[in-house]
Ligand binder design. Structure first.
Ligand code: ADP
Ligand code: MG
Length: 460
């Protein structure tokens, strides 16, 4: 039997205290099963669904081995996207709080090289990055991995989907023969086994059951005719009226088209996919997290980086050919004790995908006719908040307190109707309750923040 307290692990007391201060009371199943082997220096191949705490599993492993006095790169984490790399760096920094002078560097594409080169001269202890940019630095000689002790491939399944295999193997060629290699993945397709065989030595294979407790997710499939997809999706939204939902598409072109179609029908929907520019992407993530959009339309890859809790519904606009991906998608709803809703559309020609899901989950699915959905005349789904964008951010020394101050000065607006404030380098975003959004915009665009004038506008 495995115990699931962190104190059962051979960790230093500062680390244990820090874990406690993060309010991580017990290990998650993947942590409980993988950490003893990771701390033992073994190669580990670990699979568990999104949100199961895989990051902390390898982060604790990395931090346990590393020597702050040695100014060389001792650990490398390869991630599929910039968002995920940022999240991993954040978690590493939180867990490294107890260890003074830890230098963690994030290296991702889409960012200028200059500052990265300067940071690399300071020999970071731990590097987190995306494959292409890591390879570029290795080729330039700016990143050196000759002292590497731990290599992590995070979200390995998505990296393979994105076609990073070649870049990853080129990066690995530049690392020492003797090292610990950890491979983390949310799903377990055959390619994962293959890459593990290529790069790991006698790995400990750990898989945490990814089937959900059926009682926690109400799952319904709707059999539709060709050409009825968008119409049925609208009917689903009108019938169930989820306050927040994530709609999955298989292709990124489809995401934008669908979000636009929903918009025309009166739903507040935003698309999240790899084709967005960085700023657009940031804005979508901000709006999803601060309750100013009701529907997010995303591909599997884009949804990976999303740390949004409390999704009322997951809607599968097009079923994935891989049943494991389907199970993973619907696992995003019904977290933390509440019952989730998973609603999927399929046409007769896709019945095989539905059967594959039944086989995979070892339980039959419920199929209903779209005619059972109650449509509502003139139904609109509006999110409770509106996001205002201000053209000043961290670099302009704008802080959350300044924005809140400008809005609430002389009791102009009540602070409790002002939501989340996000500050970026040159922009800030503030969520405002819908009924007072106009007033807030007027205050921000006509008044001053910290004595300076800024421009502000409302995001759609
Ligand atoms: P994954 O990579 O498996 O998708 P993450 O590592 O991003 O999941 O973790 C999901 C969330 O769970 C994060 O917000 C993280 O801080 C939190 N978390 C991780 N480990 C624990 C734990 N032992 N107890 C409580 N929360 C945890
Ligand atoms: Mg992860």
């Amino acid at each position: 039997m495995t115990t699931n307290t962190f104190s059962s692990l051979p960790l230093q007391s500062v680390m244990l205290e820090n874990i406690e201060s993060l309010d991580y009371q017990l290990m998650t199943p993947i942590q409980a099963q993988s950490l003893p082997h990771i701390l033992d220096g073994k190669d580990v191949l670990a699979q568990a669904k999104t949100g199961s705490g895989k990051t902390a599993a390898f982060a604790i492993g990395i931090l346990d081995k590393f020597e702050p006095q040695t100014y060389q790169t001792q650990a490398l984490v390869i991630c599929p996207t910039r968002e995920l790399a940022d999240q991993v760096s954040k978690e590493l920094r939180r867990l490294a709080r107890a260890i003074p002078n830890t230098n963690i560097l994030t290296l991702c594409g889409g960012k200028p090289l200059g500052p990265q080169l300067a940071s690399l001269e300071r020999n970071p202890h731990i590097v987190v990055g995306t494959p292409g940019r890591l390879l570029k630095h290795l080729q330039k000689g700016s990143l050196k991995l000759n002292a590497l002790k731990v290599l992590v491939l995070d979200e390995a399944d998505r990296m393979l989907d994105l076609g990073f295999l070649e870049d990853i193997t080129s990066v690995i060629k530049k690392t020492p023969q003797v090292k610990q290699t950890l491979l983390f993945s949310a799903t377990y397709p055959d390619e994962i086994k293959n890459i593990s065989n290529l790069i790991q030595k006698e790995p400990i294979d750990i898989r945490v059951e990814s089937l959900h407790d059926n009682a926690k997710i109400k799952q319904v499939f709707y059999e539709i005719q060709k050409g009825e997809r968008t119409k049925t999706l609208a009917a689903i939204l009108e019938h169930y009226r989820p306050e927040s939902s994530l709609v999955f598409c298989n292709r990124k072109q489809q995401c934008q088209e669908l979000a636009d179609d929903l918009w025309k029908k009166g739903f507040h929907a935003l698309a999240l996919h790899g084709g967005l520019e960085q700023k657009e992407r940031d804005q979508v993530l901000v709006q999803a997290a601060n309750k100013s959009t009701s529907i997010l339309v995303a591909t599997d890859v884009a949804a990976r980086g999303l740390d949004i809790k409390d999704l009322d519904a997951v809607i599968v606009f097009e079923i994935s050919p891989e049943p494991e991906v389907h199970i993973h998608r619907i696992g995003r709803t019904g977290r933390a004790g509440s019952t989730g809703l998973a609603l999927s559309l399929f046409t007769t020609s896709e019945i095989r995908k539905v059967t594959a899901i039944e086989d995979y989950q070892k339980a039959p699915v419920t199929i209903e006719k779209p005619s059972t959905l109650k449509a509502r005349e003139n139904f609109k789904l509006s999110p409770p908040m509106v996001t205002l964008c201000i053209n000043g951010g961290r670099k302009e020394k704008v802080r959350a307190g300044d924005i809140l101050g400008a809005l609430t000065a002389n009791k102009s607006l009540p602070g409790k109707q002002i939501g989340k404030i996000d500050i970026f380098d040159h922009y800030s975003y503030v969520a405002i309750e819908r009924p007072i959004a106009k007033q807030a915009l007027k205050i921000l665009s006509e008044g001053k923040i910290k004595g300076r004038k800024f421009r502000a506008h409302k995001l759609r």
